[in-house]
Design a binder for this molecule. Structure first.
Ligand SMILES: NC(=O)c1ccc[n+]([C@@H]2O[C@H](COP(=O)([O-])OP(=O)(O)OC[C@H]3O[C@@H](n4cnc5c(N)ncnc54)[C@H](OP(=O)(O)O)[C@@H]3O)[C@@H](O)[C@H]2O)c1
Length: 428
């Protein structure tokens, strides 16, 4: 976002919030507490709005606000900026298009909408001389989008990797201390980090939407979330942290993208991360992004990736940039081929009914597809009828190791599908 001459400074900017949940109510309270000059919150829209107006999160907001459950009260009003904190694509896309066409700027925290419809909405905003800003959509309170758009635009970013989902990070960093998946999921749900249906987080859909937004900002490439493979963390068990530790690593849900030979290599899923990497240092709901630029090298961003207040800070900062005259940058976005293929060492964990010859059968399958074993780990003390052990490979293509997993899965000694995780290295 470039700075243009400030909009009429004497004019009050009227603001509406769509969605008075965790983030929307925190935005309203932040505006109340900070009393930014020239900004007036005039409308709050939510379904069943009365319970919101009289609820604890509305305390102190003042009598001048129009609380409504009719979206047209906002769309037809003289509001200057709409802050959207509802989420999802339908019906929000239509409402925000109508808002832009009727001359309203839009600030949103909605990653799914921006990942799938951001380019179209940005075009519409430019055509109407309005601004669409969405810095809260990725990494919550960590300003990684404005940093890549502005602070790093002079570089050529060739790699992005990091933790973009606080819920998974909370769960995996708790599993690091011995807890099992089902127990930490319950904890995450009780703490309000995970939804009753946790799929968007644990199956990687949330992180890959954010990765696509980041790829657009940092690599000027439009990619669809549907083209990015997402692997679930549901199959990670406490034993994987023990083996990871022996390998000097831990396990985190990683979103990564690399621009190589004019192709975007992108993937989201649980991966082994060396303990020496800054990515391994993030605990709880923290987010972290490492960008690698051809000229400037690595830059690390970290902080609160979620939560009402950190996200509200990002939204209100976007609002202030609009008020101060920000104009949309027309990014020279291009389309490039996308693949989930990486060349990396891999971690394969098997649960087998132990019998002689298993290791040589696995080794044979790996050799057949062209992958080499780097190490074999087997912790003592497990029953022979459900024995977990691990093989790591030397760097090989994702598709190669997946081929080996398909062969190995067919072996009658395998009690479940082998777990296959990409391993990050110190160079990543
Ligand atoms: N929470 C975070 O930490 C965080 C961080 C970054 C970005 N975001 C993004 O911010 C947005 C909001 O997240 P949130 O955590 O604040 O969600 P939330 O607590 O569920 O709030 C959403 C609000 O929108 C209302 N709503 C939902 N559908 C509606 C509809 N069709 N019409 C009218 N009102 C509707 C909900 O009302 P009900 O009370 O009736 O359900 C609720 O008050 C999402 O796009 C999310 O991805 C959230």
């Amino acid at each position: 976002m470039a700075k243009a001459p400030a909009r009429k400074t004497s004019k009050t900017t009227r603001v509406a919030i769509l969605g008075f949940g965790t983030v929307g109510s925190s935005v309203a309270q932040l505006l109340r507490a900070q009393r930014f000059a020239g900004i007036e919150l005039t409308h709050i829209y939510n379904r069943g709005v009365e319970r919101k107006r009289t609820g604890a999160t509305a305390k102190g907001l003042g009598a001048g606000i129009v609380w409504t459950e009719d979206i047209n009260d906002v769309l037809r009003s003289k509001v200057d900026v709409i802050i959207e904190t509802i989420g999802g694509i339908d019906p929000i896309e239509g409402w925000l298009k109508a808002a832009l066409k009727s001359g309203k700027h839009v600030v949103t925290a909605n990653k799914q909408l921006i990942a799938y419809k951001g380019a179209e909405l940005a075009r519409l905003a430019r055509a109407n001389n309005r601004v669409l800003v969405y810095n809260a959509a990725v990494a919550g309170g960590v300003p990684v989008i404005p940093a890549t758009l502005h602070g790093l635009q002079g570089d050529r970013i060739t790699r992005l990797s990091g933790i973009l989902n606080g819920t998974c990070n909370f769960m995996l960093s708790h599993m690091e201390h011995g807890a099992e998946y089902a127990d930490v999921l319950k904890q995450a749900q009780a703490a309000g980090y995970a939804e009753a249906d946790p799929s968007a987080d644990v199956d990687g859909y949330d992180a890959r939407a954010k990765l696509c937004i980041l790829v657009r900002a940092a690599m000027q490439t439009g990619i669809s979330p549907d083209d990015v493979p997402a692997q679930t963390i549901r199959t990670i068990a406490a034993i994987d942290f023990q083996y990871a530790k022996e390998l000097g690593c831990t396990v985190r849900q990683i979103a990564c993208a690399e621009l190589r030979d004019n192709v975007i290599h992108a993937r989201v899923g649980p991966m082994l991360v060396p303990k020496s990497s800054p990515i391994a240092w993030s605990h709880g709901t923290q987010n972290m992004v490492v960008t690698s630029g051809r000229y400037g090298g690595d830059v690390v961003f970290s902080g609160h990736g979620a939560g009402g207040n950190p996200t509200a800070v990002a939204i209100v900062s976007d609002l202030l940039s609009v008020v101060h005259g920000a104009t949309a940058v027309a990014l020279p976005v291009r389309r490039r081929a996308v693949t989930g293929e990486f060349v990396a060492p891999h971690y394969l964990r098997f649960i087998v009914r132990d019998k002689p010859g298993i290791v040589s059968a696995i080794s044979g399958a790996l050799t057949k597809v062209g992958a080499n074993i780097d190490s074999i780990l087997q912790r003592p003390g497990y029953p022979k009828d459900a024995l977990p052990f691990v093989v790591t490979t030397e760097p090989c293509r994702t598709s190669t190791v997946e081929k080996a997993v398909r062969l190995i899965s067919k072996m009658d000694t395998m009690l479940e599908k082998p777990l296959c995780l990409q391993m990050l290295t110190d160079e990543d």
